[in-house]
Design a protein around this ligand. Structure first.
Ligand code: DGL
Length: 297
């Protein structure tokens, strides 16, 4: 269709579906809320089956299909897979089977890294599943085949991110800043050095935080790799993509849309999800409920 003949005056007040294996995707939901304050979000954290990282990609693909279909049944106008592992495992399949636009977090992060690197040496840290899928190297090198990508699985960073959250009471906002202290502990720094020193020795000038948990560890990771290495998290890039896709389709929420965010966790502890999620989002999660998804055979 000719883009000029599209009716750009249409609005669509349906919510945007966002999901992750747990709370990491809330870092993405938060950026979407900031960029598009009139949009409503239905968020699913698959806490019961978290972590996705060590699982077989075919199994995670099944989770993506299941949650994506549930979101579509709930009436979302778009699905954002706010988990790198789930994106690597199931984005293509979800795009084929779901009747709404589906985006993931790998391509936006890859694009930002390819734009930022000056020496064309990019590091990627992610879960085992994401690294083994090669999704980042392929996405980065599709944009610039001259870039060398060095990828490392850093599964203990997921553990550390969760641990730090439980050790500290303060707002999560603090974790994002250089002043974050909770993760700057000798035992965490040692793990971070073990993971990151080899990448530093490879001379990367850009490091992709290829897991939605890792923005919480920016201070720890940045402290080890040094200021000369630019850290990339895809959350803002994803929010920009959502804005562009909905904008071009004339599907942004209307000015008088009622904003209503709903959060679902597959885990048993709804109150913990609410308490933690509210800190990540810097807002009260008013509507939180348990979501019972049938076991996949
Ligand atoms: N949030 C997931 C990701 O971005 C990591 C956590 C997990 O292993 O489930 O890959």
């Amino acid at each position: 269709m000719d883009i000029l003949t599209q009716d750009s005056t249409q609005f669509n007040d349906a919510p945007i579906g966002v999901f992750d294996s747990g709370f990491g995707g809330l870092t993405v939901a938060r950026e979407i809320m900031r960029a598009l304050p009139r949009e409503s979000i239905v968020y699913v954290g698959d806490t019961k089956r978290c972590p996705y990282g060590p699982r077989d990609l075919a199994e995670v693909n099944g989770f993506v299909r299941q949650i994506g279909s549930w979101l579509v049944e709930r009436g979302v106008k778009m699905v954002v897979i706010a988990c790198n592992t789930a994106t690597a495992a199931g984005l293509a399949d979800a795009q084929r089977v779901l009747p709404v636009p589906v985006i993931g977090v790998v391509e936006p992060g890859a694009r930002a890294a390819a734009m930022v690197t000056r020496n064309r040496k990019v590091g990627v840290i992610a879960t085992k599943g994401t690294v083994e899928s090669n999704a980042y190297s392929q996405a980065i090198r599709r944009i610039d085949a001259g870039i060398t990508v060095f990828s490392t699985a850093t599964p203990r960073f997921v553990e550390i991110a969760e641990l730090g959250i439980r050790m500290d009471e303060g707002p999560i906002e603090g974790f994002w800043s250089e002043m974050s202290k909770v993760y700057i502990r000798p035992e965490f720094e040692e793990i971070a050095r073990d993971y990151l020193e080899p990448l530093r020795r490879c001379g990367v000038d850009t490091l992709v935080l290829g897991c939605t948990h890792f923005p919480l560890l920016k201070a720890l990771i940045g402290g080890v790799v040094g200021r000369e290495v630019t850290l990339i998290s895809s959350a803002q890039e994803v929010a920009r993509d959502v804005t562009e896709i909905l904008g071009r389709r004339g599907a942004l929420a209307s000015e008088d849309a009622t904003v209503r965010h709903e959060f679902f966790t597959t885990g048993a502890d709804v109150e913990e999800f609410r308490a933690f999620g509210s800190r990540v989002l810097s807002m009260d999660m008013e509507r939180v409920a348990h979501l019972d998804l049938p076991e996949l055979v």
